[in-house]
Ligand binder design. Structure first.
Ligand code: FMN
Length: 149
């Protein structure tokens, strides 16, 4: 199965998670920053994973723009999953998180959500990631693929 992982990252934390996910998947995997991704690539893939930093409870503007460019119903027959990076403070919980919103959008375009949206934790606005999050990301990726066997 061809796998495409698209991410955005301001301080590099979400990029590290995206690469850990990509590294855990055996097969034809592409990990692309959002500005390198083109919705036309979607037609040939089996699994699309989209990840973003949570900003104001939402994905970044670049991820939102990309999602808006994905045509209605174009993800039919494509497995999808979403993740974000986020802070663990209760204060930000009221805004919600990026991953659920990304997953909702991908599902709305016809994608088959194959894993619950997942968040990976950082220690401060610029990071670093909390200990063990890269390993947890790799495990999350393996879990997604196991569900397809
Ligand atoms: C403008 C801005 C808004 C943010 N809003 C939230 C938020 O609503 N919830 C949250 O958990 N983290 C929030 N954060 C923290 C980001 O999630 C954090 O910067 C991000 O996970 C780091 O990922 P990156 O290194 O890939 O950019 C915000 C950060 C910025 C810069």
């Amino acid at each position: 199965m061809k796998v495409l992982i698209v991410y955005d990252s301001v301080y590099g934390n979400t990029e590290k998670i995206a690469k850990a996910i990509g590294g855990a998947i055996i097969g034809e995997v592409k990990v692309l920053r959002v500005n390198e991704a083109n919705p036309s690539e979607l037609e040939t893939i089996g699994l699309l994973v989209v990840g973003s930093p949570t900003q104001g409870g939402r994905p970044t503007p670049a991820i939102r723009t990309l999602l808006n460019k994905v045509p209605e119903a174009s993800l039919q027959g494509i497995n999808v999953a979403a993740f974000d990076t986020r802070m663990s403070t209760k204060l930000v919980a009221v805004f919600g998180y990026a991953a659920g919103r990304i997953a909702g959008n991908l599902k709305g375009k016809g994608g088959t959500l194959i894993a619950p949206p997942e968040g990976f934790f950082i220690k401060g606005i610029k990071g670093p990631l909390k200990e063990g999050e890269l390993e947890r990301a790799a495990g999350w990726a393996k879990g997604i693929l196991e569900s397809k066997r």
